[in-house]
Design a protein around this ligand. Structure first.
Ligand code: B12
Length: 518
């Protein structure tokens, strides 16, 4: 059998980081780990080819070469998925779909022949068995939460490593918390499942053996879901990193209670972590209560961020607007929280109800669900009728984005971050990073618009005077700032001037739906 695995392209969004890529000579930010994991579970005698459309073109030749096509995707890739699947069907190939898009969105996919849903460890063997017997069914479903310590090593050898900024590995699945809006509980369950320490070290060794020496994202839903296990793994990881002279810089996702465990923070930084994504969500206690995000209630969010940054890890924060309990001044309060905590990378989104979540169920019962999610949590779309006036939410959301990503406030936030951040390992710019730095001089210091250039030069001067040891962090943030500016300024224009017709159409359609229901 010749199997083609396709990862469809991701549009230009907050998380695509497309505008950062030209600085660092990469074609995509991250790898499609789900598909690499699926690849590792296919029969050994199959010949595999993987095409990530974010780094290379999908040609008709490669489709014709295959006997079967596997597509994996998130909701955001839906339209490309349909195009690609149709293309494969027209060339006479059976198409199999799997991954979060298909597992959590209850839409019809007539272009796909076989839907192998949920975790592949549970459903793929059933499909392969039926395929071998020439009787493959249309849908394979399972509520099982498989033991991932039995998951084979992902096939990183199938990708063109040099094209990516970051490699991904997974240590655990699931999260013990039960936030109303989160679909992880449904996708991966509340009981965190972890891989064994040996298995993880084998995965790390495999990346090292393939020549990787850069950033690694541990893609867990909540890396500290099982704290004692995480600590034990970190101890082994520290030993491995030390004996290999720290080839990897790591980052991951966790819950905010990380700030209350200094031992865990220290273990993480000693193992080479320099960043962690935290769902900070909202400064409104009523909204946290409403969404049952209790772990954020018992803690001062600004203090939590500062503690983690002071102890050696940058905090990347997720924030949300649109809860029923949001007070009228939520926009100003979100700005204050983001600016004062020094969270430079702030993913702020409008709340959306993902099918399968408790939020979706509640809003459905209340007759407030309008549409499917677009899959892009930062495009200003809403798929339900909010309590606050919808135009006020949209205007307020846009105002928050404008504020936090305007160059003046963004660069101010970098300085706030640098003031608190105490890196554990001093980093000198290597040869590659010097080229990246020179690119920032070109794109941000020379070619960028009027005042933006001034802010960039001011940042460099301030950093050289006050934070020389954090120079590479400042440069990296300047690059991300460029991405956010391009993205949100483009998006703002698209709403106000209608420069991106598709986006305007989407937002207008939702506005109409909301008006009709109201
Ligand atoms: C890494 C990651 C990213 C990376 C993407 C990297 C890449 N190259 O695509 C980045 C950071 C860019 C990203 C962005 C976003 N992400 Co994201 N991301 C993840 C994360 C944390 C890990 C994904 C992963 O590698 N998992 C490990 C692998 C092994 O698991 P898996 O992908 O689920 O694959 C398993 C099964 O799904 C299945 N499977 C997967 N593919 C296939 C294919 C076939 C053919 C088959 C049979 C089976 C199958 O088998 C695998 C093994 O069991 C997940 C959360 C999670 N736990 O998965 C969210 C997740 C996928 N992201 C999600 C979302 C919503 C987003 C964002 C909108 C932002 C956000 N977080 O809110 C953006 C959208 C993209 C964009 N550009 O705007 C949602 C997807 C929801 C949905 N239904 O689509 C998830 C599930 C998180 C969540 N809380 O809901 N993300």
């Amino acid at each position: 059998m010749k199997a083609l695995l396709i990862y469809p392209s991701i549009p230009d969004t907050f998380f695509s980081f497309k505008h950062t890529l030209k600085f660092i000579y990469k074609r995509a930010a991250q790898i499609p780990l789900g598909l690499l994991t699926v690849a590792s579970m296919l029969p050994r005698d199959w010949t595999l080819c993987l095409v990530d459309m974010n780094v290379e073109k999908l040609t008709d030749e490669v489709i014709k070469w295959a006997n079967i096509v596997f597509i994996g995707a998130m909701a955001i890739q839906e339209s490309t998925v349909r195009d690609v699947a149709l293309r494969c069907k027209l060339l006479g190939k059976p198409v199999v779909g799997g991954g979060p898009l298909f597992s959590s969105i209850s839409t019809e996919f007539p272009e796909i022949d076989h839907l192998v849903l949920n975790e592949a460890e549970a459903t793929l063997p059933l499909f392969l068995k039926d395929l071998a017997a020439d009787e493959p069914k249309r849908v394979y479903l399972s509520n099982q939460k498989p033991d991932i310590s039995k998951t084979p090593l992902p096939r990183w050898d199938l990708i063109k490593m040099d094209a990516y900024a970051t490699m991904c590995i997974q240590y655990s699945r699931g999260c013990p918390f039960d936030c109303e809006f989160c679909d992880i509980v449904k996708l991966n369950g509340r009981k965190p499942r972890v891989k064994s320490n040996d298995q993880m070290i084998r995965e790390i060794e495999a990346l090292y053996g393939l020549g990787w020496r850069d950033r690694v994202f541990i893609v867990d839903d909540n890396f500290i879901g099982k704290k004692a296990k995480a600590k034990s793994f970190l101890e082994d990881l520290i030993f491995w990193q030390k004996t290999h002279q720290y080839p990897f810089t790591l980052f991951t996702q966790a819950s905010v209670n990380l700030a209350q465990d200094k031992e865990l923070i220290t273990l993480m930084t000693s193992a080479g972590f320099d960043m962690v994504f935290l769902g900070l969500e909202t400064p409104s206690e009523e909204s946290l209560l409403e969404s049952r995000k209790y772990q954020n209630l018992s803690i001062d969010l600004i203090e939590a961020v500062k503690t983690i940054q002071h102890n050696g890890m940058e905090v990347w924060g997720g924030f949300m607007i649109g809860f029923d309990s949001d007070p009228p001044d939520i926009f100003e309060r979100q700005i204050k929280l983001i600016q004062n905590s020094g969270v430079v990378k702030a993913t702020i989104s409008l709340l959306n109800a993902i099918p399968g979540t408790r939020l979706y169920k509640r809003l459905k019962e209340e007759g407030r669900i309008l549409d499917n999610i677009t899959g892009d949590n930062c495009d200003g779309s809403l798929n339900f009728i909010p309590k606050m006036d919808v135009q006020t939410i949209r205007d307020g959301y846009r105002a928050v984005l404008n504020y936090i990503y305007s160059p003046k406030n963004y660069y101010e936030r970098i300085m706030e971050f640098l003031k608190d951040y105490k890196p554990v390992r001093r980093r000198r710019l290597n040869k590659g990073e010097i080229r990246v730095f020179l690119n920032t001089i070109l794109y941000l210091g020379i070619l960028d618009k009027g005042k933006n250039k001034l802010y960039y030069w001011k940042l460099l001067i301030m950093v050289l005077i006050f934070h020389r040891d954090k120079f590479s962090e400042a440069v990296s943030h300047a690059i991300f700032g460029y991405h956010f500016r391009r993205l949100f300024i483009n998006q703002r224009n698209s709403i106000e001037n209608g420069t991106t017709k598709a986006f305007k159409k989407k937002v207008n359609k939702q506005m109409e739906q909301i008006k009709v229901v109201e």
